[in-house]
Design a protein around this ligand. Structure first.
Ligand code: NAI
Ligand code: MG
Length: 359
């Protein structure tokens, strides 16, 4: 009997309408090959939905999401919609209400791709950014007063809780045990002497429970330079919501393009569905042209299948990506001339033609 999963598919806006269907075609091919039954339901939410209905999702949107096993998502945001809304009313809302407190963002150089870091190889660029996804700098508690007056003022507050820090730290140390056994806490406790000093203290306490895992601490400014100069020192990077957001785009860039990065917003306990999306946004500047790189979206499908326990289907997708990049089937951002659809077709063809490996 085949396993069945209910997946909510949210294209969102901009290039979402192109890369999500591309990712779905790959997902379907992998599912078919591994006898997995996927029930896909399109939810047309996002900034486009807001223009028609005045909200990013229906009032019971989160309740609807809870009925699925996972959410496969593109990105939200349109130039004609206030850009303070997409995160507040969609991305952070889903991540926090569904307790997706881990933002898992791998960085890895695929075969055949040249990193802009000219001397670095596939062995040097292979790490994962674990971004705390529910608290920190992005909780959006604050206030703006008299913005157009001489006495104008604006304030945002960060929130770090022992509970929140401990759970993301435990996740990171456990993940390191399955990888190269090293955790780097990227912080800035020398200047954020309250919030991030506390972050460091709690992480150091958790680190003591994993004496077999190498643990070190690095400030965000040094970490940014190290991404470029010596990415080989990293395995699992444990960092805050804001720092993780910035570092993962830099991670995308050292892989060769922002369009390559996949991610999972994960609720490890599986109390609620997790959401899988590329690291980038809706790229309105290239929307509708069939030139967006679908690899980050496709990689997110692999991360989703891994989360669901379908490891072989997940690995098939990664192998399909590697095969495609190695063959030079690349979109414009990687100096190729393949379309979004052609890159996805190349991954699908690989999956369909490669042998079924069973263990
Ligand atoms: P962006 O990530 O959409 O684009 C930045 C640059 O990277 C653009 O030049 C774009 O063309 C390029 N790019 C991004 N993805 C690409 C791909 N797959 N293939 C080729 N090139 C790609 O970030 P930007 O421009 O800052 O934001 C655009 C919109 O996306 C905004 O409304 C923003 O709020 C939203 N956004 C949404 C996110 C989400 O839904 N999780 C995350 C980040 C931004
Ligand atoms: Mg970002």
């Amino acid at each position: 009997m085949s396993t069945s999963y209910k997946i909510a598919v949210v294209n969102g806006d901009g290039i979402g309408a192109e890369i999500v269907p591309a990712g779905v075609s790959v997902l379907k091919a992998a599912a078919k090959k591994h006898d997995i039954n996927l029930e896909l339901t399109d939810l047309s939410w996002g900034a486009g939905y807001y223009l028609k209905h005045g909200e990013f999702m229906p009032t019971d949107g989160i309740e609807q999401m809870k009925t699925f096993d996972a959410i496969y998502f593109g990105a939200v945001g349109l130039t004609e919609v206030d850009d303070t809304l997409p995160a507040r009313d969609y991305t952070f809302k889903v991540r926090s209400e569904l307790k997706q407190y881990v933002n898992y963002r791998p960085v890895k150089l695929f075969s055949g791709l040249k990193s802009p870091l000219r001397d670095k190889t596939e062995e040097d660029i292979d790490f994962v950014v674990i971004r705390e996804n529910n608290e920190g700098e992005f909780v959006q508690t604050g206030k703006t007063m008299y913005p157009d007056q001489p006495e104008g003022m604006a304030m945002d507050t960060s929130i770090f809780t022992r509970f929140g820090i401990e759970r993301i730290a435990h996740y990171s140390f456990k993940l390191a045990r399955k990888r190269k056994n090293k955790v780097t806490n990227v912080t800035k406790s020398n200047t954020l002497i309250n919030s991030l000093a506390y972050w460091d203290k709690v992480i150091a306490e958790v680190a003591e429970q994993y004496p077999d895992v190498e643990y070190n601490k690095m400030y965000i400014d040094n970490a940014s330079a190290s991404f470029v100069l010596r990415p080989e020192v990293f395995d699992v990077i444990l960092t805050t919501n804001l720092f993780g957001d910035i570092l993962s785009d830099l991670g995308g860039a050292i892989m060769g393009s922002l369009g390559l990065g996949g991610s999972g917003n994960i609720n490890p306990e599986k109390e609620f569905p997790s959401m899988f999306e590329p690291i980038h946004g809706s790229a309105p500047d290239i929307a509708g042209l069939n030139i967006a790189n679908p690899i980050g979206q496709i990689w997110s499908a692999a991360i989703m299948l891994e989360h669901l326990g379908e490891t072989q289907a997940s690995q098939d997708i990664i192998a399909g990506i590697e095969h495609t990049t190695a063959k030079g089937n690349l979109t414009k951002d990687l100096k190729g001339n393949s379309t979004t659809t052609e890159v996805a077709e190349s991954v699908v063809n690989y999956i369909n033609s490669s042998e079924l490996v069973t263990s």
